[in-house]
Ligand binder design. Sequence first.
Ligand SMILES: NC(=O)c1ccc[n+]([C@@H]2O[C@H](COP(=O)([O-])OP(=O)(O)OC[C@H]3O[C@@H](n4cnc5c(N)ncnc54)[C@H](OP(=O)(O)O)[C@@H]3O)[C@@H](O)[C@H]2O)c1
Length: 223
Amino acid sequence: MAKFRPTIILSAAITLDGKIASYKGDSELSSKHDKVRIHRLRSKVDAILVGKNTVMRDDPLLTVRHVKGKNPIRIILDSRATIKSSSKIIKTSRNIPTIIAISKKATRKNILRLQKHPVEVIISGKNRVNIKELLRILKRKKINRILLEGGGTVNWDFVRRGFVDKAIVTLTPFLVGGKEAITLVEGKGFSKISKSPRLKLEKINRHENELVLYYSLKHNKKN
Ligand SMILES: NC(=O)c1ccc[n+]([C@@H]2O[C@H](COP(=O)([O-])OP(=O)(O)OC[C@H]3O[C@@H](n4cnc5c(N)ncnc54)[C@H](OP(=O)(O)O)[C@@H]3O)[C@@H](O)[C@H]2O)c1
């Protein structure tokens, strides 16, 4: 396992056709049973990381609610520091530790607005958050296990750099289609299958019409 960065566990619920939301942004895929599992998993990691669009679209809390347990730190990738003060993440930041990772592209005005809230602001990268640099900083803060909860664009940055160590994906019994619907991994993609990280299927759990697939990385030359 790489030493310079935390372990990354990619977690998502996908439709049978690989989407994580409908083209309108509806991402209500998980059953109650699966939500309980996800919340238990959240309680066992140091942090949850998501991209700005996920916060904009879903306005999530990213807390542990369906089981008893500790809330992990919430980390949002938001290059231009545009997260809304009215978002649940910002509104609850007094009680739940929150890191907003921004880039040098963020304006002074936006940074000052963000700093009015009890969040930690970490600056890395020129135009976009540099996740390699960010992960180094997080590791130094003793954040050793991160649950990567999407969306597809952020997932791609981790996948392309070979930074995904485990993937826990719930296959839900839906087919939503849509060219504009976000898939598990967006971005440019690899030109060849051989460039993909090699994953080993460790375990499958079935609950009614859902399958939870547990994968771990087989080889990773990039670490
Ligand atoms: N089913 C599920 O389990 C699940 C889970 C999570 C999300 N979702 C769905 O996914 C959708 C959002 O996915 P998305 O792909 O549009 O957006 P996303 O991955 O949530 O956020 C992407 C944005 O993050 C910012 N970002 C900052 N640094 C980045 C970096 N290094 N790499 C990549 N992005 C970076 C960028 O905006 P800036 O340049 O402005 O910073 C980028 O546009 C929503 O509809 C949500 O409901 C589903």
